[in-house]
Design a protein around this ligand. Structure first.
Ligand SMILES: Cc1ncc(COP(=O)(O)O)c(C=O)c1O
Length: 399
């Protein structure tokens, strides 16, 4: 397979997945935009259902374009195999439903993507699944939260939107010691910057809506399993629930992945310049960016990740009102939730992505009212800086 020629992310992102189309040599994977696949005979149809013929049956059960993307992401993550899903939340919910039973308990990162937490607290609690939310960057807090019934440790690192970092190696060891599964949402890093399976994760989840696709035009998810047993268990649930991908959606994401390493590095380069500039800006109270020596897990980031990424959170002096004035005043950055696209996005988590988390829990998780989340894109960093400078001046008048 082409990707085996290199383990460098730039080369892998371009080549991971199947070799050129065996039928006509198409360099780009063809889009098999079909819901169903014909059988040459009743025997062949029966053999496909029996699993003795590897051919395709029906797109919800498998499709060559989707399979190409699954192979690509599995290789990028160093996993056994992967399953494409209709959205990142379909990846999260399918994984939970496949691996959890009534009476099971989950320990999760307190500042995870709001709907992932809500899914466990509001929906899966109806089926007897319990959850506790702790700052997983504090390993003792994780250990204390674990119970006899803890079946899963669900970690998002860097976390959203605090950009705190959890030690995956330590979590992997703790999960093995306690006999629990380690599931990691790797959306914020992308496989270019972090491969949780290397540190002992059993399952890696992506919202491919973000960096993997990279162009803010597709919603999609992926579940990468570390071994065949987990892949089969989650795959069976996915086919039952039906939250699978569409072939065209898969093709778009695969196309986006070919430039993943370039985009991630360009955005990271800009973020690495913007964060120290923000840190000394008079209208900025604090900055959370793992590339800054002031970040509490700066050393951990250097051990665990290939770079600090392009997500920056910062506090605007003047609190809630000043933060909202600031995001209303940007002109180059787009006021929108999401991240990982080529364009810089800015949002206010306390009133947007994390508004569903009760205030007390939000604040305990470090999601303060003054927090503005910046998803740095691929523009020239000087243009982003000038835009932020103008917006900060409009929001926080000089004293
Ligand atoms: C970290 C993280 N996980 C999961 C999701 C859910 O993904 P989707 O919006 O593709 O369903 C998001 C979306 O913002 C996210 O940021």
């Amino acid at each position: 397979m082409a990707a085996k020629r290199s383990s460098r992310p730039e080369t892998m992102a371009v080549h991971a997945g199947p070799a050129p189309d065996p039928n006509h040599g198409g360099v780009s994977v063809p889009i098999y935009q079909t819901s169903t696949f014909s059988f040459r005979s009743a025997d062949e149809g029966a053999a496909r259902f029996a699993g003795t013929d590897p051919g395709y049956i029906y797109t919800r059960l498998g499709n060559p374009t989707i399979r190409a993307l699954e192979q690509c992401v599995a290789e990028l993550e160093g996993g056994h195999a992967a399953l494409g899903t209709a959205s990142g939340m379909a990846a999260v919910s399918t994984t939970f439903l496949a691996l959890l039973r009534p009476g099971d308990h989950v320990v999760g990162t307190d500042a995870v993507y709001g709907p992932s937490r809500l899914l466990l607290e509001k929906q899966l609690s109806k089926f007897g699944i319990e959850s506790s939310w702790v700052p997983t960057e504090d390993l003792e807090a994780v250990r204390r939260a674990m119970r006899q019934t803890t079946r899963m440790l669900f970690v998002e690192t860097p976390a959203n939107p605090t950009i705190k970092i959890t030690d995956l190696d330590a979590c992997g060891k703790l999960a093995r010691e306690k006999g629990t599964l380690l599931v990691v949402d790797n959306t914020f890093s992308s496989p270019v910057l972090q491969n949780p399976i290397r540190f002992g994760a059993d399952v890696v989840i992506h919202s491919m809506t973000k960096y993997l696709n990279g162009h803010s035009d597709v919603v999609a998810g992926m579940i990468v399993a570390a071994d065949a047993g987990l892949h089969a268990e989650i795959g069976s649930m996915l086919r039952s629930l039906g939250g699978t991908m569409d072939p065209h959606q898969a093709w778009l994401v695969l196309r986006g992945i070919r430039t993943l390493a370039l985009r991630v590095r360009q955005a990271q380069e800009s973020a690495s310049r913007l964060a120290p500039w923000l840190e000394v800006h008079p209208a900025v109270a604090w900055v959370s960016y793992p590339g800054l020596p002031s970040h509490p897990q700066h050393d951990l980031m250097r051990r665990q990740m290939a770079g600090p990424g392009s997500m920056i959170s910062f506090g605007v002096r003047g609190g809630l009102e000043a933060a909202r004035r600031m995001i209303d005043s940007v002109r180059l950055a787009t006021l929108a939730v999401s991240l990982g696209g080529v364009e810089t996005l800015i949002e206010h988590p306390a009133s947007m992505t994390h508004a569903s988390v009760p205030r007390a829990e939000r604040e305990a998780a470090g999601i303060r009212d003054d927090l503005v989340r910046l998803a740095v894109g691929c523009e020239a960093w000087e243009d982003i800086r000038d835009d932020l400078d103008r917006a900060l001046a409009a929001a926080v008048p000089a004293r």
